[in-house]
Ligand binder design. Structure first.
Ligand code: WTA
Length: 645
C-alpha cells in the first residue's frame, strides 16, 4: 500500500500545513480520496463551535471495516494484520492475517446480528487484551453498532453508570483476563454491574482464563458457541462474506467515556468518516510508517490510544499491529525488550509512566536484548520529563531513533501536536508542531490571545484550537449541551483542551499539564471530583478534597484530605476502608496514594474549598501558600501543614 498523503520532508510539512489552513476543504478532500467510499461526500466541512456542530464528509457513505480490512485483501490477504503477544511468554503467539481478520470480523458481525444487534445499538465491550477484543470492536463497526469499550480497571459501579448512560443493550466480555501475575474476573464484575440494570439483553462471554462463571439462561451466551453458528452462515463454498452496513460519514462509530473536571464521566462520541481519515493520516505521518513494518503500541484498547493506534489507524493503513496482553514488568522488567527482540518491532509507542517505571530497574533488563530493529519511538498520555526522554533515546533508541512526543486527547481522536518522525525536529519534552489542519492558540483566563513573552521568552497560556480537524468529538452521548459547556463555552469560538502550554519562537508547543481539576495518573485521566464523590460515599467520611502531586513514576499521584467522624478502627484501617470504597465505586486506578485525615478544609467565606492551597501543601511547597486572608478559618491551614504526609 502506498500513502500519497505521507509528508516526507520539512518543506512539504510547511506546504501541507499552509494549504490545510488556507484551503481546508480542498486539502482534506485530497486526503480522503485515498479511502474507500461507497459514495462520495456532498460537502467536505460544515461547522460552527457555538452549538457546536461539526460535519466532515457529510453525505459520504462508507464502512470503516472495509477500509481497515476488505480493501487490503487482494494485495495483502496473507500479511499479518495483528500479531498477538500473550501475557505469559511461554504461551503461543497468534498471528492474524488480513484474511483471517476478515473472517473473524464477519463472524462477529453475524454473531451480533444473530443476537439481535442492529445499526445504532450500543454494545459495551469489557475484555482483556486478546485479539477477540479487536474482532469485537470491528464486528460492531461492521454492522454499524456503536461500541463503548470499558477499560478492565474499572469497577462494577463504573460499568453500571456507563451502561445506563449509553442505554447499552449488549455486552461482550471475557470470563477473565490475565494481567501480569494476576487473573481478573471480568465476567463476575459484569454480573455485579448488571444488578439492577434494565437495558442489557445479552452478554457474550469469550473464554480466556476459564475461571468459573455464572451463565444466566436466556441472557448469557458463550462466544465460542455463537461464533461456531456464525461461521456456518458466513462461509459459502469457501468464500467468506458479511455485507458491511453502509454508514454516513457522520454516523457515530463509538463512545468512549472519559473523566472531566465535574461530575460523572462523559461519553465522547466519534464519527465514522472523519475519525477514519484522521487516525490513518496521523498514523502514517507521525510514525512515518512504511509497509511491512511492525508497530507496537503498548496501550490498552480500553483507552483512546488503543482505539486509534492499535486498531483503526494501523489497520486502515494496512499495517501490522502488535497487540500485547501483559504488563511491562512481568515476568520481569525486560518484557518490552523481549517483545521488540522476538518480533523485530520497528515502531514502539508507549507512555512516559512506563518509561519511568522501567528506568527504575536500571539497565540490567536491557542486557542481551537486540533492539536494532527499532526505527521510531513514540510517547503519549502525559508530559515526558527530559530525564525519561534521554533515557529512552540513549538506551532504547540507541540515539538512532527519532522520538515522537504526541499530544492529544480522547476528544481529539488522534494526535494533534507532535513531531513527525525524522521529518520535523524533536525537542525533548516538547510536543513541538501542530499537524496539518490543527490551529492551536494560547489564551489567558478571559480568552484573549497571549502575545507577551514570559521571562524565558516563551508564550504561556491555556491551549485552545481554533477550527475543527476531522476527528474532533461530535458530542457527548445523550447530552449535547454538556459537550458545549465542557469544551466550547469557556472561550467563544474555540475548542478548549483543558491543558496549559508554552510556545517558543519557532512555533513549538510544550504541554505543561491540565489546568482544570483533572489528574493524569500513570497516563490515566481521573477527575478529582469523581474521586471525592467516591471517598464521600464511605460511611464516616464527612467531606474530602482531592488534589494531584508530583509522583516520580506515575507523573501525578492522588492526595486526599479527608474529614472523618467515624469510630471504626485505627487510622491505617480507616485508610484501607476508604481505599476499598474507591476501588468499589471507580476502580483500582483511582485509589489515592495518600490520605491525610484533617479536622477542617480551607474554605472561602462562600464555602468554596481553596484547592490551590491544598495543592501547594501536597506538593510540599508549604512556605509559600499565597494569600490565605480570605479564608473562613486560616487556622486549618496550619493544622493541615503540620499533618502533611
Ligand atoms: C495529556 C490520551 C503532554 C494531556 C491520548 C491531555 C499529554 C490528556 C500528552 C488526555 C503529551 C496526552 N504531552 N500531555 N504528549 N498526551 N497528554 O484523554 O493533559 O487519556 O489533555 O488521551 O493527557 O488524556 P486522554
Amino acid at each position: 500500500m502506498s500513502y500519497p498523503f505521507q509528508i516526507t520532508s520539512l518543506e512539504q510539512y510547511h506546504k501541507d500545513y499552509k494549504r490545510s489552513v488556507d484551503e481546508p476543504e480542498a486539502f482534506w478532500a485530497s486526503v480522503a480520496e485515498n479511502f474507500q467510499w461507497r459514495k462520495k461526500w456532498d460537502k467536505v466541512l460544515e461547522w460552527n463551535f457555538s452549538e457546536p456542530k461539526v460535519e466532515w464528509f457529510k453525505g459520504g457513505k462508507l464502512n470503516i471495516t472495509e477500509n481497515c480490512i476488505d480493501r487490503h485483501l487482494k494485495t495483502m490477504g496473507e500479511k499479518p494484520a495483528i500479531i498477538w503477544e500473550p501475557n505469559n511468554p511461554e504461551e503461543r503467539v497468534r498471528t492474524v492475517t488480513y484474511n483471517r481478520l476478515h473472517k473473524r470480523v464477519c463472524q462477529v458481525a453475524q454473531m451480533l446480528k444473530n443476537n439481535g444487534v442492529k445499526k445504532g445499538d450500543r454494545v459495551c465491550i469489557y475484555m482483556g487484551m486478546v485479539p477477540e477484543l479487536a474482532y469485537a470492536v470491528l464486528g460492531c463497526a461492521r454492522i454499524g453498532a456503536i461500541h463503548s469499550v470499558i477499560f478492565g480497571g474499572f469497577s462494577a459501579q463504573s460499568i453500571a453508570d456507563r451502561l445506563d448512560d449509553a442505554k447499552a443493550e449488549y455486552i461482550i466480555t471475557c470470563d477473565g483476563a490475565y494481567r501480569g501475575g494476576k487473573d481478573i474476573p471480568l465476567k463476575s464484575v459484569i454480573d455485579d454491574a448488571l444488578i439492577g440494570n434494565k437495558t442489557v439483553k445479552k452478554v457474550i462471554v469469550y473464554t480466556r482464563t476459564r475461571t468459573p462463571v455464572s451463565m444466566i439462561k436466556g441472557r448469557d451466551v458463550w462466544w465460542e458457541d455463537e461464533m461456531d453458528i456464525a461461521e456456518e452462515q458466513i462461509e459459502k463454498n469457501g468464500v467468506v462474506s458479511f455485507p458491511a452496513e453502509e454508514m454516513d460519514a457522520e454516523d457515530p462509530l463509538f463512545i468512549l467515556y472519559t473523566s472531566g473536571s465535574t461530575g460523572k464521566p462523559k461519553g465522547v462520541v466519534h464519527s465514522s468518516g472523519g475519525y477514519m481519515v484522521w487516525t490513518t493520516y496521523t498514523f502514517v505521518n507521525v510514525f512515518q510508517y512504511k509497509p511491512g513494518q511492525i508497530h507496537f503500541c503498548t496501550a490498552d484498547v480500553g483507552w483512546i490510544t488503543g482505539h486509534s493506534y492499535i486498531v483503526y489507524g494501523p489497520l486502515s493503513a494496512g499495517a501490522t499491529s502488535l497487540m500485547f496482553e501483559g504488563i511491562p514488568t512481568w515476568p520481569d522488567a525486560g518484557r518490552f525488550w523481549d517483545i521488540v527482540d522476538k518480533h523485530k518491532v520497528d515502531i514502539l509507542y508507549t507512555a512516559p509512566t512506563a518509561i519511568r517505571s522501567l528506568m527504575g530497574f536500571g539497565l540490567e533488563p536491557l542486557k542481551g536484548k537486540d533492539l536494532s530493529s527499532l526505527k521510531i519511538l513514540g510517547t503519549v498520555g502525559e508530559p515526558i520529563n527530559e530525564e525519561a526522554w534521554h533515557w529512552y533515546d540513549e538506551n532504547v533508541g540507541k540515539k538512532k531513533c527519532p522520538i515522537v512526543d504526541t499530544w492529544w486527547q480522547t476528544e481529539t481522536g488522534g494526535a494533534l501536536i507532535t513531531n513527525l518522525a525524522g521529518v520535523t525536529a524533536a525537542k525533548p519534552s516538547w510536543a513541538t508542531l501542530p499537524m496539518p489542519g490543527v490551529q492551536p492558540i494560547l489564551v489567558d483566563e478571559k480568552g484573549n490571545e497571549i502575545t507577551e513573552k514570559d521571562e524565558n521568552g516563551l508564550l504561556k497560556g491555556n491551549l485552545c484550537i481554533k477550527a475543527p480537524w476531522p476527528s474532533i468529538l461530535r458530542t457527548t452521548y445523550g447530552d449535547h449541551e454538556r459537550c458545549r459547556t465542557n469544551y466550547f463555552a469557556t472561550y467563544e469560538n474555540l475548542y478548549f483542551t483543558g491543558d496549559g502550554a508554552l510556545k517558543d519562537e519557532n512555533g513549538n508547543y510544550r504541554i505543561t499539564g491540565r489546568v482544570d481539576d483533572v489528574l493524569n495518573v500513570s497516563g490515566h485521566r481521573i477527575g478529582t471530583a469523581e474521586v471525592e464523590n467516591a471517598i464521600n460515599m464511605h460511611a464516616g467520611v464527612v467531606e474530602s478534597a482531592v488534589v494531584g502531586y508530583p509522583h516520580d513514576i506515575k507523573g501525578q499521584g492522588i492526595y486526599a484530605y479527608v474529614i472523618y467522624n467515624g469510630h471504626h478502627g485505627d487510622e491505617e484501617l480507616r485508610r484501607k476502608d476508604i481505599l476499598q470504597t474507591v476501588t468499589r465505586i471507580i476502580g483500582p486506578i483511582a485509589r489515592p496514594d495518600k490520605i491525610q485525615f484533617v479536622n477542617g478544609l480551607p474554605k472561602t467565606r462562600s464555602g468554596k474549598i481553596m484547592r490551590r492551597i491544598l495543592r501547594k501543601i501536597a506538593e510540599g511547597e508549604v512556605s509559600n501558600l499565597g494569600d490565605t486572608t480570605t479564608l473562613l478559618d486560616p487556622g486549618v491551614v496550619e493544622e493541615i501543614k503540620n499533618g502533611k504526609l
